[in-house]
Ligand binder design. Structure first.
Ligand code: ADP
Ligand code: ZN
Length: 730
């Protein structure tokens, strides 16, 4: 058994966040240290942060071993967390230091708990009472034992800060040091929630009972948009808080809206901790610490909130569980949904996966009985699912530079006349996907990537969607030097916005695309103002499909329903099905029924027909049968290997060497495909070559892959990345 405390001088193994391939030995400091303690250790000339991971190896001259410099003033990492990081590392084939970095994403972890001055009622009376002084004392009297910062106290009692200071001198106001990181206000799970419908109440009772069991389990909660999934899982959160444990609700980043926080506030009487990329450093630090001491009962967060040091986690909700943004595509390649299940299974906690259109993975896990499944069939209240219809674009004779068919235009006109909102959906950012020279046919590409540059008229530049590189719009062709012949080809949302302004001259048109707003906050503010009626026609990319509530929206027009069906991605059909259903689900949330119109050139396509028919089970069964026959996920395992480097020959040599020696893989019956240039063969100047590994379902694939790629020595600038369960193939 690993000892849980090390006396001064004992050898301890410390895992640091530095990219080293081993755990280093140090001597425990004066006063000793706990297993899991966060420590500061010397590494070469630097001080770095690490965690005491176990006893030291002792394979180094004891006299030369350096000492831990200090133990940080935070709760030691729990056994559960260390196991979780290790298992997640094994699963994703990620080095441990990178996992530890994910778990310590809070600035100032090593700082002493910073203090600040707070003010409360003092014992004495001032020798001379003034009006201002009386206001301060009456204010403090009213709030009893509460303390305030100088600024708060002065502002709230309407005096200058020198008045407060004067009272401090006289002992009428007490000045104290208080930790800066304050606990989050307590949530009250006993407040009454909404009256649930029979369906909702049943689902809530079942999940609540599961939470109360203190055992691991995963439930797929499926229900159309607006059926009350959020209401149901908030009940599960209540059950969890009542049992004295913490809860985590994961949301796709962009779905973290003020509207959602308000709902939590209404249900529990206070705001939860909010962990996302826009959170300030101070806020992150506060959440990290308070989560660790149990003084943040509920965290609402984006995927990395999964790696916070919860003291006592009982429930993880993954809302919109099918959302692709749960898969981190750079750095540590992990899927937060799958890691949530892993973490919960180690903790004896419950997972709720909520979605209107679950991933095939989760659907299959429910079919096989690995997950429980609960369905909410109807939308809440009078709202009904929108009627869906295709518009056959083969019979539309649209002039070039027009993408909105006459039928769609008429439908929008009708909504506008009725004072309702309409949305035009196109999953393409920018103005035009291609910039072409009309003299020679040259298409402007990125210098660093194998990708076309996309015109962003709003930013007045061409942009590469792979590396983010931009350049000014050329006036002469970079290839043939012809002047003023560069032309945009095809539509992006910005161009569609132009068309909408022309087609609907009296309407207020808003274009919602992630790149058009300076910050996530600005974007959210815009979304909220649109929901409040700030626009009549909304033009949007994928991000509008995610969880926003536009009560007055009754029509969704999909400009190109075929877009996602192109390409060889194994999930193309699934993604299109989900996206179209989600987008359509935006229409008719409130009392007014909605309509979704899908422009398509292939109305007979099985996916398009499945979307129209609304036969979800039928779609999933068919899709599952195809994947099963092909032995691909979720009925088989896959891993992507990407080798990259500046020199294409060197990259291919390494890939070929790997492909030649696959004994480790053959042992578990895994097959290797490739090497082949990746679909995007160059990004940021690095050539990319892909191998694909396929294996049967029950296979210990990670170990085999680790052995297999372990034989390759990566020379120079060559890099190898392993993507277990790849979601995208680029
Ligand atoms: P989903 O998460 O499935 O999209 P929500 O939980 O957001 O659905 O519910 C949709 C809307 O209906 C919300 O405004 C919600 O407050 C309301 N709603 C759902 N169920 C109830 C209920 N039982 N009582 C009152 N309002 C409800
Ligand atoms: Zn590029």
């Amino acid at each position: 058994m690993t000892p849980s405390f090390y006396d001064e001088g004992a050898l301890v193994g410390v895992l640091t966040t530095q990219p080293l391939d081993r755990i280093l030995d140090y001597k425990a400091p004066e006063g000793g240290c706990h297993l899991g303690a966060f420590v500061e250790v010397p590494l070469g000339p630097r001080k770095v942060i690490g965690v005491v991971w176990g006893p030291g190896k002792g394979d180094f001259d004891y006299a030369k071993v350096r000492s831990v410099m200090r133990v940080l003033d935070v709760a030691p990492m729990r056994d559960e967390m260390r196991t979780f990081l290790q298992r997640a590392a094994d699963y994703t084939l990620t080095p441990m230091p990178a996992m530890l970095r994910l778990a310590t994403r809070a600035p100032g972890l090593g700082d002493p708990p910073s203090m600040r001055k707070v003010y409360r009622r003092g014992a004495s009376e001032p020798d001379r009472m003034t009006d201002a002084r009386r206001r301060v004392l009456e204010f403090l009297h009213e709030y009893g034992d509460l303390s305030f910062t100088l600024k708060e106290l002065a502002e709230l009692s309407g005096v200058t800060s020198s008045v407060v200071k004067g009272l401090v001198k006289q002992g009428a106001v007490a000045e104290e040091d208080s930790p800066r990181d304050l606990p989050f206000p307590p949530l009250d799970p006993n407040r009454a929630g909404k009256d649930l419908t029979t369906d909702q109440a049943q689902a809530a009772t079942q999940i609540g009972a599961a939470v109360a069991s203190h055992a691991y389990g995963t439930t797929l909660l499926r229900g159309v948009t607006g059926s009350g999934k959020t209401e149901v899982y908030l009940e599960a959160v209540a059950a969890c808080l009542k049992s004295g444990r913490q809860a985590l609700v994961l949301l796709p980043e962009i779905a973290l809206t003020a509207e959602f926080l308000k709902r939590v506030d209404e249900r529990f009487g206070a705001r939860p901790a909010e962990w996302h990329s826009g959170a300030t450093m101070t806020e992150r630090r506060r959440i990290w610490r308070m989560v660790g001491t149990g003084q943040a009962q509920l965290v609402i967060g984006a995927r990395s909130a999964l790696f916070l040091p919860y003291q006592n986690l009982g429930l993880i909700v993954v809302d919109e569980e099918h959302d692709t943004s749960y898969k981190q595509e750079d750095g540590v390649l992990y899927n937060a949904r799958d890691m949530a299940v892993l973490r919960a299974s180690l903790l004896g906690a419950q997972v709720v996966l909520a979605s209107a259109t679950p991933s095939l993975e989760s659907w299959a896990n429910a079919q096989s009985g690995k997950y429980k499944r609960l369905d909410l069939e109807a939308r809440f209240g009078p709202a009904v699912m929108p009627t869906m219809q295709t518009l056959d674009m083969r019979s539309e004779k649209l002039p070039s530079h027009r993408w909105v068919s006459d039928a769609l235009k008429r439908a929008v006109d009708q909504r506008l006349a009725a004072g309702e909102q309409a949305m035009l959906f196109l999953n393409r950012r920018g103005y035009a996907p291609i910039t072409l020279c009309r003299a020679c046919g040259h298409q402007v590409g990125c210098d660093q990537c194998d990708a076309r540059m996309v015109e962003h008229r709003f930013l007045k530049r061409l942009m590469c969607h792979q590396c983010g590189e931009t350049k000014p719009m050329p006036t002469t062709c970079p290839s043939c030097d012809a002047e003023d012949r560069m032309a945009p080809v095809g539509p992006g949302v910005e161009r569609l916005g132009e068309e909408a302004v022309e087609l609907f001259p009296d309407a207020r048109v808003a274009v919602l695309s992630s790149d058009m707003y300076g910050s996530a906050r600005a974007l959210k503010a815009e979304i909220e103002s649109i929901a409040d009626g700030g626009a009549d026609v909304i033009i949007g990319t994928q991000l509008v499909a995610k969880g926003h509530n536009f009560p007055n929206l009754t029509l969704v027009g999909v400009i190109d329903a075929d877009l996602g069906l192109q390409g060889s991605d194994l999930r193309a059909a699934e993604r299109t099905f989900q996206l179209m259903r989600q987008v359509a689900g935006r229409a008719g949330r409130a009392e007014k029924p909605g309509t979704a119109l899908l422009q398509t050139y292939q109305p007979e396509h099985p996916v398009i027909r499945a979307i129209l028919a609304g036969d979800e089970e039928g779609f999933w069964r068919a899709e599952a049968a195809e994947r099963e026959a092909a032995g691909v996920p979720p009925y088989g395992r896959m891993a992507g290997i990407i080798l990259s480097g500046p020199d294409v020959a060197q990259v291919f040599d390494a890939a070929n060497a790997l492909a030649r020696n696959t004994a480790a893989l053959a042992q578990v019956g895994a097959q290797v495909f490739g090497p082949a240039p990746a679909p995007i063969a160059r990004i940021r100047g690095r050539h990319r070559v892909r191998l694909l590994v396929k294996a049967g379902k029950g296979v210990a694939l990670q170990r085999a892959i680790a052995q297999w790629v372990g034989q390759l020595r990566l020379k120079g600038e060559l890099r190898l990345a392993v993507d277990i369960d790849p979601q995208s193939f680029y």
